[in-house]
Structure formats: C-alpha cells, structure tokens
Design a binder for this molecule. Structure first.
Ligand code: C5P
Length: 415
C-alpha cells in the first residue's frame, strides 16, 4: 500500500450496517501513511460512533450539517483532498450524490470536491439491482466517479446475493493502484488516468459470463461466473477507441457504454453460433466466458418429476468456441484466451495455447485470495509461446488495461 503514503483522503460514511467496516478502512489508510478526515451522515452515527472514527483518524469527525465550523469548511475540505471515498455508500446517499441533493456535510463536500471520487456501495441485493440504483450508479460513473463494485455473499438481511460492501483490503487496494498509476499525483487530482487511444478503428469480439444449459423449463446447469472481467475488458477496450461485440451470458451485471454492442446469450451453443458469425469482422477476440463444457443431452419439455431412486442426466460435450475461432483465425487476427489451472499452471496453459491457437493466455490463480470468480480484483500471468509475464493483484478494471496492453503489442500491423 506504499502509494497511499502522504495522501489526503476524505472518507464519507453513510448509514448501512456495513458502516462498522469504515473503522477498518480508516485504520488501514492511517497505517499506510495517509491523512484521513471522516464525514458521517446522521444515519451513519446510528451504526458506528463518531468517537471510534475520530480516534482512529486522529481528527474530529464531521457528522452534522449544523456542525458550523466544519460546515463552513466544506469547500476547503473538498479542495484539500487527493481523493474522496464514500464507503459504505447507501442507496440514499448514492441517490443524493447522483442528483446533487445537498442535505448533509457529506454531499456538500462531494459537490465541492475537485479530487477523484470513489464510492463503494452496500445494500440489499434487490435494492442494488433496482433500476433506480443502477441508474444512479451509472450517473455517478458518467461524472467520472469510480465505482468500487459490491461483493457477493450473505447480506445482513439474510438474503444472499450482490450488495455487500467490498472488503476493506480490496477498497484500499483499489485506491493504492489508482495512486500507483500516478493518477492522484496531478494537480488537485482532477485529471482522469490517461487512457491511450490505441484501439481506435479496431473491432473486438469479447465473450463473458457463464452459459446456462437447460434441463427442463425451470432448471439449468450453470456456474458462478459474473462476467465482471469480460465486461471490464469490453469497457476498457471501448475507452481505448475500439468497437466491441460483447457476447454476454446470463448475469446480473451489464454495461451500456458507447462502442459496446451488447449481445445477450444463454447457452454455449448460442454463444458459439453468434461468435462464429461475428468473428470474421473482428481483428481480435478475447474469450473470457466460463463456457459450460457439457449440456444435458435432451431438454425435457415438461418439468422433470422426482421419482424414488436417483436421477441420471446424460451430458454431451458443448462446442469449444475458442477452438472453433482458433481454427479459422486469419493472419490479421489475434486470439486471447483465459485459463484457470490448479496444477502445472504454465505447462497446461501452453498446451491450451497450442490446442486452441491462442496468441496468449491470461492465467488466473485459483488459490489466490482476491482473484478470479466473483472478486473485484484479480492477479494474472500472461503466457505466450516464449515467455510468462506476471502481474500484481489489481482491480479488474486495471487488469483489463494490462491485458489490452499485451494485445496491442501483438496486433497485426496490417489491421
Ligand atoms: O479448456 P478451458 O475451458 O480451460 O479453456 C478456457 C478458455 O477457452 C477460455 O478462454 C474460455 O472462454 C474458452 N472456452 C470456449 N468455449 C468452450 C470452453 C472454453 O471459448 N466451450
């Protein structure tokens, strides 16, 4: 976390059960050498005492609109900071930030801040998926604010799903990687990270998410992929100027960015057929989908009834999208695959590289804390025929840029 040293951070805490985690965030920031000022909404003080956060941050906490001295300082505070982090950001606070509804010191500072703003939402799964919240998050992102995505798992309500506050270490890590890029070092931090326009005029095909294989009208076989890495790749590629065909399996995540042609698919066969159709117009393909290797041999027209004994399901192989595209790859096309290996990682990745005719493979480490499925962060190694390039643990947004950088190096100059 060395890039947090000396950084001035405003932490805005709003009223969620996850507010107790803000203590860990403050402690982590201070431990890393950052200077922290905490703002709390009134609701937040019902969940965690301002005394806890003022003791940990070694500065008085601003928790009321009527805290006169601090209220008057909201502009100064907004100018002082290198970054503002709102964590946890409740549905209410997100909505107020998105619409400039300034009824708290937190929103007043947010509106005055010239520094980069990060927000880490926390709420119940249905609130998180509600179109109002989705629209608010998009609106904040359109202002250039950085989403620190929610994690999935058990929620305080007892429901299971997306909506948990990202783990404090993941939040710190994302801030640290942001500053590591030199993004926060600029004057008042107002400039976004410089994104090269090196994919202008290029057409990319990206597969992402799981595939679901139907058993009967209500049941299917699936996997836990969220499609986050593939969506991050599509967004990063579009930001670098590419036009992207994104073939996305069923997931709660989505994207609406300009430059991305989002095509929703369900089964491996559907993804395969669309990929085959779109591949000829692409200069590069990145296959990040977790495609089911097998599907039920038959799909029952009626719901399968339970019987006394065990139920046997016959599975047949699905087409290998990567192998199909690899076999028809033209000299001007570059193909990138993903692999998750549990042993002999590099050897197995190289075998796959040859078999599927990839130009390089992005190797995920399944044993790594914070990497691969469902996490906001990932640690990758890039494996090609000649070398292995390891990368640090980073947010998937930054990993996406590393992968695209590797791709740009290998794009055919004639494309
Ligand atoms: O063979 P394995 O599933 O480990 O290969 C992983 C790579 O191949 C990934 O890039 C994945 O998207 C791709 N793949 C595919 N179609 C399949 C299976 C895997 O495109 N049916």
């Amino acid at each position: 976390m060395e890039h947090l040293r000396g950084k001035k951070i405003i932490l805005g805490v709003s009223g969620s059960i996850a507010a107790y985690k803000s203590a860990l965030i403050v402690r982590g920031l201070v431990k890393a050498g950052a200077e922290v000022r905490v703002l709390m909404t009134r609701a937040a003080t019902d969940f965690i005492s301002p005394l806890t956060l003022s003791t940990l941050s070694k500065h008085a906490v601003v928790s009321s609109v009527h805290d006169e001295a601090s209220w008057n300082n909201h502009v100064e505070l907004g100018l002082w900071a290198d970054a503002m982090l709102v964590a946890p950001a409740t549905a209410t606070t997100l909505s107020k930030m998105a619409h400039g509804l300034c009824d708290s010191a937190l929103v007043a500072v947010y509106l005055s801040a010239r520094c980069p703003v990060f927000f880490a939402p926390a709420m119940d799964v249905d609130m998180w998926l509600h179109p109002a919240t989705v629209a608010n998050v998009k609106r904040l992102q359109s202002f250039g604010n950085h989403l620190i995505d929610v994690a999935e798992g058990e929620l305080a309500s007892g429901l299971v799903g997306a909506g948990r506050l990202a783990e404090p270490e993941d939040i710190l890590l994302q801030l640290n990687t942001f500053f590591a890029q030199g993004a926060g070092a600029q004057d008042a931090g107002t400039k976004p990270v410089a994104i090269p326009h090196d994919l202008s005029g290029k057409h990319l095909l990206i597969t992402a998410g799981p595939t679901l294989e139907d058993l009967d009208p209500v049941r299917f076989l699936g996997n836990r992929s969220t499609g986050r890495m593939g969506i991050a790749l599509a967004e990063a590629a579009a930001a670098r100027g590419a036009t992207v065909d994104l073939l996305l399996g069923p997931t709660h995540l989505s994207t609406q960015r300009e430059g991305i042609n989002l095509i929703s698919v369900r089964s491996a066969r559907e993804m395969h057929d669309r990929a085959v159709e779109l591949w000829p117009r692409a200069q590069a393909g990145i296959l990040a989908a977790a495609v089911a290797d097998y599907r039920p041999a038959t799909v029952s027209e009626q719901k399968i009834k339970k019987g006394e004994g065990p139920l046997r399901i016959n599975l047949v192989r699905n087409p290998d999208i990567a192998a199909t595209l690899g076999a028809s790859k033209q000299p001007h096309q570059t193909l990138v695959g993903f692999a998750l290996e549990t042993e002999n990682e590099v050897d197995n990745a190289r075998t796959k590289l040859r078999k599927k005719n990839f130009d390089f493979i992005v190797l995920n480490s399944p044993n790594e804390a914070g990497a691969a499925f469902g996490h906001a962060t990932n640690r990758i190694q890039v494996v090609d025929h000649n070398k292995v390039t390891p990368y640090e643990l980073k947010s998937k947004d930054l990993v996406a840029h590393d992968i695209l950088q590797e791709l740009v190096l290998r794009l055919s100059p004639t494309t």
